[in-house]
Design a protein around this ligand. Structure first.
Ligand code: PGA
Ligand code: ZN
Length: 425
């Protein structure tokens, strides 16, 4: 199927954090018109593809993206329009070549990913398929509805509370289907809010729609979550509602002393692993993302050896959705699963490569939104099409978060034969 782009247009819009990002519109020769919104992280890995910000302090505090917009409307449009591409993968290859840096830093990963997402959407439309169906066909995967991971308490770089751990998630592993999983997440979220209010805590929200209470010990939050789960009549644990953590540990390791600072304790990597072990003894935590800092590879080997058979040890900042880094990790027994974010690597093609490397190695995968989002729900389709079985898109609240969960509900409704739940590995 030839993708012939006749028009490519970007505009600077706002993301969910009042920061500028790009919306890209792509039109093909047959008149198909698709749109993509570009996400942005706050607790980013240092090796992520480089997004381009204007740095002009007189606009949006330097966060403007007019340079990236200009690249889409100028150089990228010039290079891509009027040409016939055999596939969206070829569009991605052309983008990578045009940028020429390996990190997307010249054109901007935010410009590149916007065009890539739009190209894949256009190719799906040309094939008369839903995006998830198209992705599954190209990748050769069996589609599956993922277990949503609802980030219901926000800390770290996503909130101004005292929590060092960034994300506390509900994982309805025992739900019979996707709509029931969403319902479980929303009902526990409501009970959690009631408990926080009753305990005299503020119920304002962090960047991903989770609560941001003035608590600092992660164990206190986990106990609240278990209580809120029990309030709804559900069973805490893998047969009912499990929990997942993304401490995002790079953010609380002090470069000066090399120690991890958690709720007033200064811990070596090994003592932090002890703490995680205690946490998994006490609470039904089934997945632990970025438990150690991204450059602490030796620590990750020990973390994986110690906890890898009882929890999913997941790499985010350490892997940055880079197939080459994940390949190295597999060889070195680092983690046993990977978080997958399209804008960390910059194109859908490279993201599918990262997913394939994981599948081949028996590493589980979780598709993820970013803390800065738009109403674009591409990641929902990516999670279903890749068949990876897991997604995280923040709380079951705030429009940009529920856009993804609602997209999953609609896919489940229109394709009742799709399986739901974790993928076999
Ligand atoms: P980010 O955080 O989108 O702000 O980078 C998400 C995560 O760490 O998983
Ligand atoms: Zn993370």
């Amino acid at each position: 199927m030839t993708v012939r782009i006749t028009r490519l247009h970007a505009v600077e819009i706002l993301d969910s954090r009042a920061r500028p990002t790009l919306a890209v519109t792509l039109t093909t020769a047959d008149g198909t018109r698709v749109r993509a919104g570009v996400p942005a992280g706050a607790s980013t890995g240092t090796r992520e593809a480089v997004e381009l910000r204007d740095g002009d302090r007189s606009r949006y505090g330097g966060q403007g993206v007019l340079g990236a917009v200009g690249h889409v409307n100028g150089e990228i449009a010039q290079a891509l329009t009027g040409r016939g591409f055999a596939s969206a993968t070829d569009v991605d290859r052309a983008l990578i070549e045009l940028d020429g840096t390996g990190t997307k830093s010249r054109l901007g990963a935010n410009a590149v990913v916007g065009v890539s997402l739009a190209a894949w959407r256009a190719e799906a439309a040309l094939a008369g398929q839903e995006v998830w169906q198209h992705l599954a066909r190209v990748a050769g995967t069996a589609p599956r509805l993922p277990v949503p991971h609802f980030n219901v308490v926000n800390g770290g770089a996503h909130a101004a509370d005292g929590l060092d751990f960034q994300e506390f998630m509900l994982a309805p592993l025992g739900a019979p289907d996707l709509p029931e999983a969403v319902r479980a997440g929303a009902e526990v979220y409501a009970r959690l809010k009631a408990r926080l209010s009753a305990g005299g805590h503020a119920t304002g929200l962090g960047d991903e729609g989770g609560f941001a209470p003035a608590l600092d010990r992660p164990e206190d939050v986990l106990q609240l979550l278990v209580d809120a789960i029990t309030d709804t009549g559900r069973t805490p644990g893998r047969d009912g509602m499990a929990l997942a953590l993304d401490p995002a540990a790079s953010a609380f390791r002090d470069a000066a002393d090399g120690l991890y600072h958690v709720a007033g304790d200064a811990l070596t990597g090994d003592r932090l692993i002890d703490r995680y072990e205690e946490i998994t003894d006490r609470f039904p935590v089934w997945s632990l993302e970025d438990g150690l800092a991204e450059d602490d590879w030796d620590g990750w080997v020990r973390l994986t050896a110690r906890l890898g058979d009882r929890v999913q040890v997941m790499g985010d900042d350490i892997f940055v959705t880079d197939p080459a880094v994940i390949t190295r990790a597999v060889g070195g027994n680092v983690a046993n699963s990977a978080l997958i974010k399209v804008n960390q690597i910059g194109t859908v093609t490279e993201t599918l490569d990262a997913l394939r490397v994981c599948r081949d190695a028996g590493y589980a995968q979780m598709v993820s939104h970013r803390s800065g989002e738009t109403d674009d729900a591409f990641v929902a389709d990516l999670a279903v099409g890749s068949g990876c079985g897991q997604i995280k898109s923040g709380a079951p609240a705030r429009g940009e978060r529920v856009a993804k969960y609602n997209r999953l509900i609609e896919i489940a409704d229109s394709h009742p034969a799709l399986p739901f739940g974790l993928a076999a590995r």
